[in-house]
Ligand binder design. Structure first.
Ligand code: ARG
Length: 470
């Protein structure tokens, strides 16, 4: 622990007889993790100092000395030359103390401010930047999915329900399903950003201030403005310092992103297994076994799937931490940061690595073609054929069920039954019925919006490519 200098600012001076017990400080200080907010803390303090000058609470040269001092400290932090002192509790006290030790006017910086509105400000500023980064990275992941789909535009695979072969789909259609999911996530990110981007500074510890603060001035300085450049400030001082909804909201949409990624990874784990063999993930994005020389493991997929657990855990942690808290700020809330930081780090890392891995993933067209040749995948098309021939759907479903059973008993594929065998099941089943088993025609017939037919898949690929490139 560093020694307290005579002109040091601490949150204890005056009221306390001495410093905290070493283990009490070790337990309570947040310097271990909240230095990540340092640059936003400095930007917030600079805006606050400018506002104090604007309303006449700081002389021009005091404000300038403060701004200079803060900028110097910011430079030292960026270069790793700043000495963090854990006995000063947190990032806020460290920076304010360092400033006051160098600049006497620093003692006026905290005028009309509390760490309670300050930490809410810093967290919001930090998070809004991360949200913008993550949103762009999410679009890049969508782009990687589009690239893989386009490069393999004609590849068909079985689509699965209950993990049993269901109906044929273009691989691109399957990948586009994830593009839709990630776009909803993207929209949620932007929507969340609107509520993150509201300035709490000026709320003080709980009840504002008697000083003539100009909150909208600070909001404008720090970019807390809406689409019309109108300043966005919190409207209730108690809510402003007690609120971590924006953290919970972000972490819950991050949990959705993680869950979507996890499902994509599960598909890729299956598809890259010998049993499926639809894709090969590049060597650079797979790992080996320490014992079995033949192994090539889809580690990135597995870890991404696994990390969903910690992202969901972080969300549950936050909700549990907040749930019983009386208004307003309570130290419990200091627990929000590690959960938030970990969520951002985890989700950004997985989004980026998945995009890179998809760009190094090959589709095994022959294995896919073999799997999709299974005529049972078109059993439903045969039902549709009978429906068009005038048979009620329920009856047609029953008839085709019989065909499947007969073929199975005779150890034949359903498209190999003879016209005699077919008409023995139902006289409506002429030779023509077998035309449904032509895959190419079958895919062209799927024309409704959202169906995996050729025209629809092309339409969506073009839409997304344009959308993501504009
Ligand atoms: N380190 C604190 C946190 O992360 C900052 C706010 C502390 N406020 C206080 N009155 N102790 O939440």
């Amino acid at each position: 622990m560093g020694k307290k200098k005579s002109n040091s600012v601490t949150a204890r001076s005056g009221r306390f007889a001495g410093g905290p017990a070493a283990e009490a400080n070790a337990f309570t200080n947040s310097v271990k993790f909240d230095t990540r907010l340092a640059h936003h803390d400095i930007a917030g303090s600079i805006a606050h100092a400018r506002m104090l000058h604007h309303v006449g609470l700081l002389k021009k040269r005091e404000m300038e000395a403060i701004v200079d001092g803060l900028e110097t400290i910011g430079g030292e932090i960026a270069e790793g030359r700043f000495e963090w002192r854990s006995e000063l509790e947190d990032v806020h006290m460290n920076i304010e103390t360092a400033l006051t030790e160098r600049v006497p006017a620093g003692a006026k910086l905290h005028t009309g401010r509390s760490r309670n509105d300050q930490v809410a400000l810093d967290t919001r500023m930090w998070l809004r930047e991360e949200i913008c980064e993550l949103a762009n990275e999410l679009h890049d992941l969508q782009h990687a999915l589009i690239e893989l789909g386009e490069a393999n535009r004609k590849v068909l695979i079985p689509g699965y329900t209950h993990l049993q072969r269901a109906q044929p789909v273009y691989l691109a259609h399957h990948l586009l399903a994830y593009v839709e999911m990630f776009e909803r996530d993207y929209e949620r990110l932007l929507d969340c950003l609107v509520r993150v981007n509201v300035c709490p500074l000026g709320s003080g510890a709980i009840a504002g201030s008697t000083l003539p603060l100009d909150r909208e001035f600070v909001a404008r300085e720090l970019g807390f403005v809406d689409a019309h450049e109108e300043p966005m400030v919190t409207q209730n001082s108690m809510d402003a310092v007690a609120d971590r909804d924006f953290v919970v909201e972000f972490c819950s949409l991050a949990a959705l992103i993680a869950m979507h990624q996890s499902r994509l990874c599960e598909d890729l784990v299956l598809w890259s297994s010998a049993e499926f063999g639809f894709v090969t993930i590049g060597d650079a994005y797979t790992t080996g076994s320490s014992l079995m020389p033949q192994k090539k493991n889809p580690d990135i997929c597995e870890l991404t799937r696994g990390k969903t657990g910690r992202v969901v855990g972080n969300l549950v942690s936050l909700l549990t931490t907040l749930k019983g808290l009386p208004l307003t700020y309570n130290s419990d809330m200091q627990e929000d940061k590690e959960r938030l930081f970990d969520t951002v780090d985890t989700v950004r890392a997985t989004v980026n690595i998945l995009a890179a891995m998809l760009r190094d993933t090959e589709v095994n067209t022959r294995t896919c073609a073999k799997a999709v040749k299974d005529p049972n995948l078109l059993a439903t098309d045969l039902v549709d054929w009978l429906v068009l021939a005038g048979m009620p759907f329920r009856k047609a479903h029953h008839v085709v069920g019989k065909i499947v059973a007969v073929a199975e008993a005779k150890k034949k594929r359903i498209d190999q039954l003879s016209p005699r065998e077919l008409s023995a099941i139902d006289k409506k089943l002429t030779k023509d019925a077998l035309s449904v088993f032509d895959l190419k025609t079958a895919m062209k017939r799927r024309t409704a919006i959202g169906a995996p037919g050729d025209a629809q898949v092309d339409r969506r690929l073009t839409y997304w490519r344009k959308f993501l490139e504009h």
